[in-house]
Design a protein. Structure first.
Lengths: 191, 381
């Protein structure tokens, strides 16, 4: 019984967080399994059903969560070639190899983090919606020592860089919702 | 660029003129150890405890580089420079390519991997360690906080860890403290048998680095002297002191892994121009063997100026000439030849990469497999 209670606690906390957030925040829109179309990026994507699309100020992308943004988040983002790696003053190009995309992406990521704890655990060539791309797995620690897991799917088109990101605390949440993320990546299609 | 500006601002500020130095001969205060912490003044006790918290935060965050050989070496350096404080001062390495070091009130001294990468010998390292240790032994941090308090700034300092680190780093210590730390540090170096003349060299090289990388000092030194001024003042300070040892070989051997890790951090951070600047210098590059050429190639490849692909190619070729089994250099050569459309050479280098790759977890292996499959398919009659 106590084990069940312990297992339930993070879930309950997560649900409470959503219950507190959702009613007071109309920008949390439940996902239904219907595709989300990004005309600018030229792709459609089906986020996991039963999650919420959250308010995301950057018009180049969208953000989804199930139990709250600090617990698990999926981002989709399409950035033009000249804006993808602004902090490192690099640009993407349509003929960039996946290996190079990964390299520049990691450099940009390191530039955005306040501490230098990002560790890339896997770089793997994959197809993203039929295009040559890369799957990156990484971890980082927040300033208070909390370990987060990250997975990125990256590919370039004629117009820019598409990234689909999953982020969750390594403890409990990361493995739990990773399959839903991986399934959602398979729904990516070009328009 | 982002990483270097604050580093310079932190690192280089003391105005060590001979006139000022003449008035800085105060005897060192003995720092308290943890057992005496209850006897400290309230503000110093708070600083001590906050420093301990920051130590824990840095450790938990994974930002501290752990390497027993390097750790033992750095502590042995403290023992040589400051034997009476050997139990109180702990030197640790932070994973950061910036050229920086800082001290905290509790005796913790942090040196970035990027600083260790830029140094050439043990005497230069001794200059950094003894300078930082002087901030601890002379209680500069608490002195600084008291000064800040007088200006009603203490809330900014104690509010956040990051601000606190900034406040305790070199950028925030007063010029008088910096001058005193230079004087005391150089005296410690000389007493331990190191060449005090080596203290100025890192600052001159840092000035050269800024110039080469197109970073203006003007914006960095609104209230601090230029790097050249710092180098000149340290050189003047050392002029009358006896020469001593550099211990280049021991420095390179003991910190080899840390300094290679710093080069890899520079690659992962995309700091191509930094790698090119540092490793175009033959003296520094030679200390790394074939890896020096490999990382120089990485620098050119990442920097990607006109002509850099050819320069990268030459650097990787030098790496495999020095060590024919340098599989990473072969992998990069394969990549460059593939992009240039020279499939035969690309296949040759990728195959050599595969034959020599000893790292089962090598992240590039899967990419190389894919490249080879495609190249062989394209090359088939």
């Amino acid at each position: 019984m106590s084990a069940i209670v312990q297992c339930m606690q993070p879930r309950i906390i997560g649900l409470l967080a959503v219950m507190l957030l959702v009613p007071g925040c109309a920008s949390y829109v439940p996902t239904t399994g219907a595709p989300v179309v990004d005309a600018q990026g030229g792709y459609r994507y089906v986020p996991p059903a039963g999650w919420y699309r959250t308010a995301f100020r950057d018009p180049r992308g969208a953000q989804y969560t199930r139990d709250g943004q600090t617990l698990q988040t999926i981002y989709t983002m399409f950035e033009t070639h000249d804006s993808a790696f602004a902090l490192t003053n690099k640009r993407t190009s349509a003929d960039m190899l996946p290996q190079e995309i990964a390299e520049h992406f990691v450099a940009e990521l390191k530039a955005t983090l306040a501490n230098d704890t990002l560790t890339v655990t896997q770089r793997q060539p994959v197809l993203v919606a039929g295009r040559q791309g890369v799957r990156l797995a990484a971890q980082f620690r927040s300033d208070d020592g909390l370990r987060y897991g990250l997975v990125y799917y990256l590919t370039v088109t004629e117009n820019g860089l598409l990234s689909v990101t999953y982020r969750a605390p390594a403890l409990h949440y990361f493995d739990r919702h990773l399959p839903a993320f991986e399934r959602s990546v398979q729904t990516l299609e070009w328009l | 660029m982002r990483s270097t500006k604050p580093a310079i601002a932190r690192r280089l500020m003391a105005l060590a003129t001979v006139v000022v130095l003449g008035g800085c001969a105060a005897a060192p205060q003995v720092i308290s150890d943890a057992g005496d912490i209850a006897e400290l003044a309230a503000d110093e006790r708070r600083l001590w405890l906050m420093s301990d918290e920051i130590d824990n935060t840095l450790r938990k965050s994974g930002a501290v580089y752990t390497d027993q050989q390097a750790s033992d070496y750095l502590q042995s350096l403290v023992a040589a420079l400051l034997p009476e404080f050997a139990q109180h001062i702990r030197v640790r390495v932070l994973k950061n390519v910036e050229a920086n070091a800082f001290a905290m009130a509790n005796g913790s001294v942090y040196i970035n991997t990027g600083m260790l990468l830029r140094l050439r010998n043990e005497a230069e390292l001794a200059a950094i360690v003894s300078h930082e240790a002087a901030h601890v032994t002379h209680k500069h941090v608490v002195g600084n906080v008291r000064t800040a308090k007088r200006f009603n700034m203490v809330a900014n300092i104690v509010g956040l860890g990051a601000s606190f680190i900034a406040a305790t780093s070199m950028a925030s210590l007063s010029q008088a403290h910096e001058v005193e730390a230079d004087v005391v540090g150089m005296s410690r170096m000389a007493s331990a048998g190191y060449a005090p003349q080596a203290a100025a060299a890192p600052f001159q090289r840092l000035a050269d680095e800024l110039q080469a990388r197109g970073i203006s000092q003007a914006g960095l030194f609104r209230s601090h002297p230029q790097l050249q001024t710092r180098a000149a003042s340290l050189a003047a300070l050392a002029a009358d002191l006896p020469n001593g040892r550099l211990h280049t070989e021991r420095f390179e051997r003991s910190l080899a892994r840390v300094r290679l890790a710093a080069l890899e951090q520079a690659v992962q951070g995309g700091h191509g121009d930094l790698l090119v600047f540092l490793l175009a210098d033959e003296e520094l590059r030679e200390g790394f063997g074939s890896a020096g050429f490999y990382y120089l190639g990485e620098g050119y490849r990442l920097r990607d100026y006109d002509g850099d692909r050819e320069r990268a190619l030459r650097a990787y070729m030098s790496a495999v000439q020095q060590d024919s089994g340098d599989y990473r250099a072969h992998g990069r050569l394969g990549l460059l030849y593939m992009k240039a459309g020279d499939n035969a050479r690309a296949i040759n280098h990728f195959e050599t990469y595969q034959a020599n790759s000893t790292d089962a977890a090598d992240a590039d292996a899967a990419f190389v497999r894919g490249y080879l499959e495609r190249l062989r398919r394209d090359s088939a009659p």
